[in-house]
Design a protein around this ligand. Structure first.
Ligand code: C5P
Length: 319
């Protein structure tokens, strides 16, 4: 291992971002679209990785919307929401993989390694076809954002890519909102598209992520950052990581902490370049990566060579 094996610094600061991304962060801070009222605790002691894992386990309550959750407790919604809980659907999962969509997955040859896991989580429109060598071919869960389900509704309803595995959709909610308030005014009104998909694919499990967990997770990200983080929900990537930590014994996360293949190419499946995809613009992605590096139980070599971080499942965390 050479001295040049540089991996993600867990204390990365927004000061080291390119000027454009510094400005974007400041703009989101002043916009405060979700009315975040969090008061920063000064000099809050930095938590050890062990304590941080306990905070994540105990404070981030991952649940899916159920038919008993008001205002979904109507006879209409009972037809659409899955009858079984996510836990019942997936069962007890052992070794899991979370596959970010980063451009650095290109030419990684990680496909076999990724497929060797018991369950695999992918994001949004990330394809498999044509990329098996680098990203594998199994999908157990696909986490999609509400923007994809509404703005790209045609593709979402049509493309075979979405028909494999369990779907989970999430939508940004205001910081203090109760489910009722969010339901009346979601960021993207995905409910009709969700219902349509459910009626055309009744056998495929498709859940709506309870939005409460976004801000429970965001609070922990903010508390453990020495500067203000973007007052917007965490990225799909970070949400997916925590979802898998609740379902699995152990979670390998690929190319969230960039490997030696780090690139400004946004996604492995597109040609588009934008550093924001890796460093964050809307999402507090820089701070998410600081946290994941802090609690990583794998080696720097695994990050550098395989883009792999290894996190324990919550059921293996002792507090
Ligand atoms: O872009 P999209 O949200 O579909 O990508 C899935 C997730 O992968 C992101 O939310 C982010 O956490 C992660 N990602 C990344 N670096 C990239 C692209 C995506 O860390 N270049």
């Amino acid at each position: 291992i050479s001295d040049s094996m540089k991996v993600w610094d867990k204390d990365s600061s927004s000061r080291n971002l390119i000027p454009r991304l510094q400005k974007v962060r400041k703009n989101y801070l002043s916009m405060n679209k979700y009315n975040v009222t969090y008061k920063r605790k000064r000099n809050a002691a930095k938590l050890s990785p062990e304590k941080l894992l306990c905070q994540l386990r105990d404070r981030v309550n991952i649940t899916m919307i159920q038919g008993s959750d008001s205002p979904f407790d109507t006879s209409e919604w009972q037809q659409y929401l899955p009858g079984k809980s996510l836990n019942e659907t997936v069962g007890h999962l052992g070794h899991c993989a979370v596959v970010s969509s980063a451009g650095s997955l290109r030419s990684s040859h990680l496909g076999q390694e990724i497929d060797s896991h018991d369950a695999i989580l992918r994001f949004n429109g990330a394809p498999i076809k044509g990329f098996e060598e680098d990203v594998g071919q199994k999908t157990t869960i696909r986490l999609v954002n509400s923007q994809l389900v509404t703005v790209e509704e045609q593709q979402f309803q049509r493309e075979a890519l979405y028909n494999t595995g369990i779907l989970i959709v999430w939508d940004p909610a205001p910081y203090h909102a109760e489910i009722h308030e969010w339901y009346k005014k979601p960021d993207y009104n995905f409910f009709d598209s969700y219902k349509l998909y459910r009626s055309t694919h009744p056998e495929q499990p498709f859940y709506i992520l309870n939005p409460k967990m976004q801000w429970q997770l965001w609070d922990i990200l903010q508390e453990n950052s020495p500067e203000q983080i973007q007052p917007n929900p965490p990225s799909s990537g970070m949400l997916g990581i925590v979802i898998m930590m609740t379902l699995c014994d152990k979670v390998d996360v690929y190319e969230f902490l960039p490997s030696k293949r780090q690139t400004d190419i946004c996604h492995y499946y597109q040609k588009f370049h934008d550093r924001a995809c890796t460093m964050g613009a809307y999402h507090p992605l820089l701070f998410e990566k600081n946290l994941v590096k802090h609690i990583n139980q794998g080696t720097d070599e695994d990050i550098y060579i395989h883009g792999k971080a290894t996190l324990p499942g919550f059921r293996n965390v002792r507090c």
